[in-house]
Design a binder for this molecule. Structure first.
Ligand SMILES: [Zn+2]
Length: 440
């Protein structure tokens, strides 16, 4: 029996056993000792879980600051750390660092491979991915996921879109991974340079996307324009640096409706909780996803609050798997973290940076898909004093060094910008218009 074909009952038994072992492993860990005091593993698994205080990003960052670099939650000797992945920064507190042992690295590859297997990748077939390499977990999860089932990964994330198309055409890939914006950008570039996608990339059978929500119409249009099936996966550095959910063979959109992403419950324990009440949501309802790493050695997370808003879709799917599922294409954030040009940035940090310049009176930022099919950050700036040219230079160098983003600036009169005086409405000086761009 394959792990993804376990019945609901078998999954629950497996999870309960793994959770009990995990809790015993973590009882003496200084990060968890207090949290686990008095927590019994004898009763119902969900009751056990509820007795444990969740872990959030701020607690992880504080633990790291007090006990650098991996924090007290590192549950193996430092010598066993084989890799470390970092996450998006948080205002003033820096980036989370998540350590992995070699076993964790291999496990992340094996887990991530399920997304590619379900997408239909077969032995010895090549697949390409649009992820640049860095200390983030994304590139590694894709690379090792493809390798774990004996396929050939092609790394195209470092090139420009036109070059990526040329590389793709050169070796007949059957699969392609990218964010919706990257897939969109490739298509627009192809149209611009007269690259016939269906002819040049006739071998392509599927595109796997993640990290951004997308409209149903967009998914259907991509399937048509690329002549492929579109699938979606989900993962986070906090899900053991691995993909931890994916749609099955049925795809991201099925007969005009959003498909199911199946959660990899054999290696994680997921909770989807109402952020107001803390109770599990019912089928069809949205809630916050909490993740427990059941198998991770180095720094396992117990009840990590992802701040990701997902819609629970139950445990039934035409594929027959009984895994807990979430709706495809509609994951959003409860907080404001934005991903712009591949960089994770907090609007509050950009706001702080801009208002640190006394010349700037007000501004509005819009993230949209630019004419070249790539993310662009457009800033409309109203000046209080000073000259546009010198302010533009300051802003550009500040954004380059702090956020690694080159914004497009336009100077306007302050009356052209929204007014934020009403106290009951939280000011939103950064607006994400990329979904509108995808919908077109
Ligand atoms: Zn399914």
């Amino acid at each position: 029996m394959q792990v993804d074909r376990l019945t609901g009952q078998q999954i629950k038994r497996l999870q309960a056993n793994k959770l009990a072992m995990l809790i015993e492993r973590l009882r003496d860990n200084p990060f968890y000792t207090e949290r686990l005091k008095g927590v019994s593993t004898d009763g119902d698994m969900h009751q056990t879980l509820r007795a444990i205080e969740p872990v959030d990003k701020e607690q992880i960052l504080r633990d790291q600051m007090d006990n650098p670099p991996y924090g007290n939650r590192l549950n193996v000797p430092k010598e066993r750390v084989a890799m470390a992945h970092t996450t998006a920064g948080t205002s003033g507190l820096g980036q989370e660092v998540h350590a992995l042992t070699w076993r964790d690295v291999e496990a992340a590859g094996y887990l991530s491979s399920f997304a590619f297997r379900w997408a239909g990748l077969r032995y010895s077939e090549p697949a390409a991915f649009n992820v640049g390499f860095s200390n983030s977990s994304g590139g590694n999860a894709m690379l090792r996921g493809i390798q774990a089932i004996g396929q050939t990964p092609f790394l195209i994330g470092q090139s420009g879109f036109a070059d990526r198309l040329k590389i793709l055409a050169g070796y007949d890939p059957v699969g392609l991974y990218g964010t919706p914006s990257a897939i969109n950008g490739l298509l627009r570039t192809a149209e611009e340079i007269g690259f016939d996608i269906k002819k040049e990339l006739a071998s392509l059978r599927f595109i796997l996307v993640s990290a951004e929500p997308f409209p149903i119409e967009w998914a259907e249009r991509m399937e048509e324009a690329w002549g492929v099936r579109l699938l979606e996966d989900y993962g986070a550095t906090q899900s053991a640096s691995s993909i931890c959910a994916s749609v099955c063979e049925h795809g991201a959109v099925v007969n005009g409706k959003r498909g199911n992403m199946h959660l990899f419950e054999w290696s994680f324990l997921f909770e989807i909780l109402d952020p107001e009440t803390g109770n599990p949501v019912k089928e069809g309802e949205p809630g916050e996803l909490y993740i427990t790493n059941l198998d991770k050695e180095a720094s396992p997370l117990l009840r990590f609050r992802t701040r990701d808003r997902v819609k629970y879709t139950g445990r039934k799917c035409a594929c027959g798997r009984e895994l807990m599922s979430i709706e495809s294409g509609s994951i959003t954030r409860y907080d404001d973290l934005m991903k712009i040009k591949g960089q994770n940035v907090w609007p509050a940090d950009m706001e702080k940076a801009l208002f640190s310049l006394p010349e700037i009176r007000e501004f509005l930022g819009e993230v949209a898909i630019g004419p070249k099919g790539r993310d662009e950050l457009y800033l409309q700036v109203a000046l209080a004093e000073g000259e546009a040219e010198s302010v533009e230079n300051k802003v550009r160098s500040m954004f380059k060094s702090q956020f690694n983003i080159s914004p497009q600036l336009r100077f306007v009169h302050v009356t052209e910008l929204p007014q934020w005086q009403t106290p009951e409405r939280k000011s939103r000086r950064f607006i994400d218009k990329r979904q509108e761009g995808l919908a077109r």
